[in-house]
Design a protein around this ligand. Structure first.
Ligand code: P6P
Length: 340
């Protein structure tokens, strides 16, 4: 079968966005370019002196490793140069970046939320890491850029995707018409369509959660984890536990073979740990587009009204039947606590 590159695919799918005259296509291509440059550095990270910490700290107070900074710079550079993006919200910056102040981006109609290198604590351990992006369209491009414009509901995303720098490097994205995966062919430096129309199995037998937090979980999560561990051949239990500690890697596996990923509220993270705008919303959009579910409490992640750039949310995401099972435990727990 002839190779189809990301660029060819995007142009072919141009018709999917009637209102766009190629801008979103160019934006997606700009992201692909940044991903290839970052991939080159991630792959040789062990060799260059780019490892280790550069002494700065990001808004999360986490020690910022040089690759985080490098990845952030590459995306900002590619998005600024492309001219289609007018605003960037990045995990690495406390405030958003208004590109309309740079002449070439004044006409940009799109805004990008991104986690330039998610799971970066794993970089020195040679564990898969990823980049996550979420794209919104400005509501009123004629008005001066207002940072509140990026605080749109997750269901208003025009596109979302991730790059996973793993045993192979893949770019997976959706524009609301299904999910497609592209694998980087280093010999030609192109992302090639390798996983057309990705669908998440309705059922899986893998659960993914940091069980080190077990004692801090709400009761319904403790009950669900025990449910996963109980023997019941009819429902393929006990499930397998798999936790990489890199959201992109854990969710990529979940998308491919099914399963469930949970980062619930805990006593030390009452709103959960993961970020709504550039981790949970894009991944929720992708998983829903692939036929799965993504909840924060009883509501869809994509219906949460954002209030600030770095807000956190609990998330339960993956195969529909498994997310629904957690919902049953949540409802029962809520009913019980109402009775007490
Ligand atoms: P914990 C990585 O730092 C990250 O943001 C996600 O990629 C990952 O899913 C999560 O945090 C891991 O968090 O608390 O289990 O180490």
């Amino acid at each position: 079968m002839a190779l189809k590159t990301l660029g060819q695919f995007i142009i072919e799918k141009q018709a999917d966005f009637p209102y766009a005259k190629g801008e979103l296509s160019r934006l997606l291509r700009d992201i692909g370019i940044a991903a290839k440059v970052i991939n080159r550095e991630v792959n040789k990270a062990g060799l260059a002196d780019i490892l280790g910490e550069n002494g700065d700290h990001n808004v999360q107070g986490e020690a910022q490793k040089k690759l985080d900074v490098y990845a952030d710079e590459q995306f900002i550079e590619a998005l600024s140069r492309g001219g289609e993006c007018c605003y960037i919200a990045s995990e690495e910056h406390e405030e958003g970046i208004d590109l309309t102040k740079r002449s070439i981006s004044t006409k940009g109609k799109y805004m990008v939320c991104m986690d330039p290198l998610d799971g970066s604590s794993n970089i020195d351990l040679n564990v898969s890491v990823g980049s996550i992006f979420s794209i919104y369209r400005r509501k009123d491009p004629e008005q001066p850029m207002n940072t509140a414009e990026i605080l749109q509901f997750g269901h208003e995303q025009v596109a979302a995707g991730y790059i996973i720098y793993g045993s192979s490097t893949m770019l997976v994205y959706t524009t609301g018409k299904g999910v497609n995966g592209f694998t980087l062919d280093p010999s030609i430096g192109e992302f090639c369509l390798s996983h057309p129309n990705m669908r998440i199995p309705e059922e899986g037998n893998t659960y993914s959660v940091n069980e080190g937090n077990y004692l801090k979980f709400p009761q319904y999560i403790k009950d669900y984890i025990k449910y996963c561990q109980m023997e019941d051949l009819a429902t393929d239990r006990p499930y397998t536990s798999r936790y990489i500690g890199s959201m992109v890697a854990d969710l990529h596996r979940t998308l491919i073979i099914g399963g469930i990923f949970l980062y619930p509220e805990t006593s030390n993270y009452p709103s959960g740990k993961l970020r709504l705008l550039y981790e949970c919303n894009p991944m929720a959009f992708i998983i829903e587009q692939a036929g799965g579910m993504a909840l924060s409490g009883q509501q869809r992640v994509l219906t949460i009204k954002p209030t600030h750039l770095h807000q956190r949310t609990p998330i339960i995401i993956g195969s529909t039947n498994m997310v629904r099972k957690v919902q049953e435990f949540m409802t029962r727990d809520q009913d019980t606590s109402e009775l007490l």
